[in-house]
Design a protein around this ligand. Structure first.
Ligand SMILES: [Mn+2]
Length: 409
């Protein structure tokens, strides 16, 4: 029976600096900075154990176009491990690791094939002198590739399986830069047996037959990239296809809400938070956790004081650097019930106008830019992690609280 087995991975973002987490204890921050490397190393171990035919990497191998020598040397070492196991590598470059960056050129082992940046081209995969698959790919020559590249992929006859690597945006997705846009139907209409997609960091199987798959990135980079991350182990054969997701990310981002129902005071609340933290502790992964507290009717003004929240956070973070697997609560947000307050104040013209200013504030990125570039502040803010809606809401809360305090309410 003719079949082919391979690993599909994408968006390694090797050497991501995780700038926004620079305030963590050094030992934890070092583990976090190592996480993209560790996840990829595990993927290579899976490839070797599973004795796959090859590994495909669908772009964004590096986090920045000026890839570090460290990241390149790491990648080379992993590719050599594959070479020793007689496993080939097919890879393309995406918008993050496009070819216009300034970087030291290394030579790659002979099992590695990078696709060029002129037109989608084809490279055959041979096993015992038989051509088993044709692989197709295209690398980004510069950061912004705005035209549809998918329509330029053409199957070249002469192999049982045709596998396409593409770094781009499926129609309608607005979470990522809309580079190399395509529609799902355009891919379905072409006679490829598997589309190995990259660029969108959320894992998704867009189509079953043929499989059209975003493997997602291999390590969540910020709190918007929640949950398990890893690669796909794929087998294509004459009788059917088998896809298996394998979790490899050493660190998971998670979020949850804690209800304070039935709690009577700060001790109860802290106990509840400790229990919640322990519920997220797992042997397999470290966790960075974002917690929203629903204060219900049990808690009033004490949770409105930012210094109280800060002290709670410090308390919950204490000792985590000594844990074999850490659960780091990096965000503790109290969901204040401003609706009641707003209803009371609905006749206030000033408040109404203030809310309108907030609603019109859509250039928040620009406003925050200086902070992201500030020599000291940039360690604490990561532009990727900015959530404009949340910043607006927190600023609103702060203003309302300050105003109501000052007016003696
Ligand atoms: Mn990416």
């Amino acid at each position: 029976m003719r079949k082919v087995r391979f690993i599909h991975t994408a968006d390694l973002h090797l050497d991501t600096p995780f700038k926004g987490l620079g305030y963590l204890p050094e030992a934890l921050f070092n583990r976090i900075k190592q996480s993209t490397f560790d996840s990829f190393e595990r993927i290579i171990t899976v490839a070797i154990r599973q004795k796959v035919d090859f590994v495909v990497i669908s772009g964004d191998l590096y986090d920045g176009a000026n890839r570090s020598l460290r990241a390149q040397l790491f990648l080379k070492k992993q590719f050599v491990r594959l070479e020793q196991a007689d496993i080939q590598v097919f890879a393309i470059h995406g918008n993050h690791d496009h070819l216009q960056g300034k970087f030291v050129q290394l030579t790659w082992p002979e099992n590695v094939h990078f696709f060029g940046s002129e037109e989608p081209d084809m490279h055959p995969y041979r096993k015992n002198n038989d051509v088993v698959a044709h692989l197709y790919g295209y690398s980004y020559p510069q950061r912004a590739v705005t035209e549809n590249i998918a329509t330029r992929y053409e199957v070249i006859e002469g192999a049982p399986f045709h596998i396409a690597l593409l770094h781009g945006t499926v129609g309608g997705n607005t979470d990522h830069d809309p580079y190399a846009p395509f529609t799902l139907q355009e891919l379905i209409d072409k006679p490829f047996d598997y589309w190995a997609l990259g660029h969108i960091h959320i894992r998704s199987e867009l189509n079953q037959e043929p499989p059209i798959v975003y493997s997602g990135n291999i390590q969540g980079l910020n709190r918007k990239e929640e949950g398990s991350k890893g690669c796909y182990l794929v087998e294509l054969s004459e009788v059917g296809n088998d896809l298996q997701f394998i979790q490899t990310a050493p660190i998971e981002w998670q979020s949850t809400t804690l209800s304070t129902e039935g709690m009577e005071g700060m001790d109860d609340l802290l106990n509840g938070l400790q229990k919640l933290k322990e519920a997220f502790r797992s042997k397999q992964t470290d966790t960075i956790l974002s917690v929203s507290i629903d204060p219900g009717n049990s808690f009033g003004s004490e949770l409105q004081d930012p210094s109280v929240i800060e002290d709670m956070l410090d308390h919950l973070q204490e000792g985590e650097e000594d844990e074999a697997s850490f659960v780091w609560i990096n965000r503790l947000v109290v969901e204040h019930r401003n609706e009641d307050l707003l209803r009371d104040l609905k006749d206030s013209h000033f408040l109404k106008e203030m809310m309108e200013v907030f609603n019109d504030l859509d250039q928040l990125d620009e406003v925050l830019e200086p902070l992201a570039k500030h020599r000291k502040a940039k360690r604490f803010v990561s532009k990727d992690a900015f959530d404009p809606e949340e910043i607006k809401r927190e600023a609103q809360n702060l203003l309302i609280e300050t105003m109501t305090k000052e007016s003696g309410r």
